[in-house]
Write a protein that binds this ligand. Structure first.
Ligand SMILES: C[S@@+](CC[C@H](N)C(=O)[O-])C[C@H]1O[C@@H](n2cnc3c(N)ncnc32)[C@H](O)[C@@H]1O
Length: 263
């Protein structure tokens, strides 16, 4: 009986191909599973930047984040580097996925895990200095106050990847530590990134009008930053509640961007 009752509460997943919750000149937000081949096929070709923060695969739950649902895809069963590899385009293809020699930024995974599936070279580890330590793992002597972000250049051709030939250096060369306080107080998502951090990453690797893609969008910080920086964004999020939150935040950013444009 209990087992039957439990099934009544199974969350309803997104439909195949996803559902477009928001589409404008500046941003697209899809409620969907980023492993869904139909969604991957709908990603605009030769986009300019992959900036994403996939689940860490460790069932992460700090004390304060217990107020949120367990993150989808965080139980270690999904090979996230392989999933992201599909988003840059299959090996041997030139015009599918992201454009050649453009940049990738992935939170929480190192270059060893990402280089092969995402066909990266010229990788660098960036650090987000959160300034305020999280409550995290209180058994450790050190309270973690940073997160690693892998930066890399995506090469379509293996020969270019080997030599690093054609590597597009960051337009504005900066230090590898980005210091910005982690959201503290009104949290809407357990691993929400400050849009100001995303804005710095986006600004240094793209030009106005470029398309920034985030297949694991969470509360939509990548989209907010892209819109405020005059870029376009394409976001996918599997949790309906977070996808709707991303829409609200992206719409608010669009209103600000419109006002800035007409001022
Ligand atoms: C680490 S969080 C991203 C947080 C985001 N950077 C922000 O600032 O809010 C990872 C997100 O990926 C989502 N996710 C997990 N599996 C997914 C899937 N198969 N397709 C799309 N999104 C997924 C989770 O629901 C979660 O919101």
């Amino acid at each position: 009986m209990t087992a039957i009752l439990d099934t009544l509460d199974i969350p309803i997943g997104p439909p195949l191909g996803g559902e477009i919750l928001h589409a404008s000149d500046r941003a697209t937000v899809i409620w969907g599973d980023c492993r869904d081949p139909q969604i991957i096929a709908s990603v605009p070709r030769e986009y300019g930047l992959l900036a994403t923060d996939p689940p860490y695969g460790i069932g992460y739950r700090s004390n304060w984040s217990k107020q949120f649902n367990q993150l989808a895809g965080d139980d270690g069963t999904v090979d996230w580097p392989a999933v992201l590899g599909q988003w840059v385009g299959p090996d041997g293809t030139r015009s599918i996925g992201m454009a050649d020699k453009r940049h990738v930024m992935v939170f929480g995974y190192d270059s060893e895990a990402l280089a092969e599936p995402l066909r990266l070279s010229a990788t660098t580890e960036l650090i987000w200095d959160k300034v305020i330590p999280g409550s995290g793992d209180v058994s450790s002597a050190w309270a973690t106050s940073h997160e690693p972000i892998t930066f890399g250049v995506h090469f379509k051709r293996p020969s270019d990847r080997k030599s690093g030939r054609g590597a597009l250096t960051a337009r504005l060369r900066r230090g590898s530590v980005i210091r910005w306080p982690r959201p503290n107080g009104t949290l809407r998502h357990p691993t929400e990134k400050p849009w100001q951090v995303m804005a710095q990453l986006i600004e240094s690797s793209t030009v106005r009008g470029d398309l920034v893609v985030d297949p694991c969008a969470g509360s939509g910080s990548t989209g907010v930053a892209a819109v405020l920086e005059g870029r376009r964004s394409f976001l996918v999020e599997v949790d309906r509640q977070y996808a709707e939150l991303a829409v609200q935040r992206v719409r608010a950013a669009e209103r600000i961007a419109d006002q800035m444009q007409s001022a």
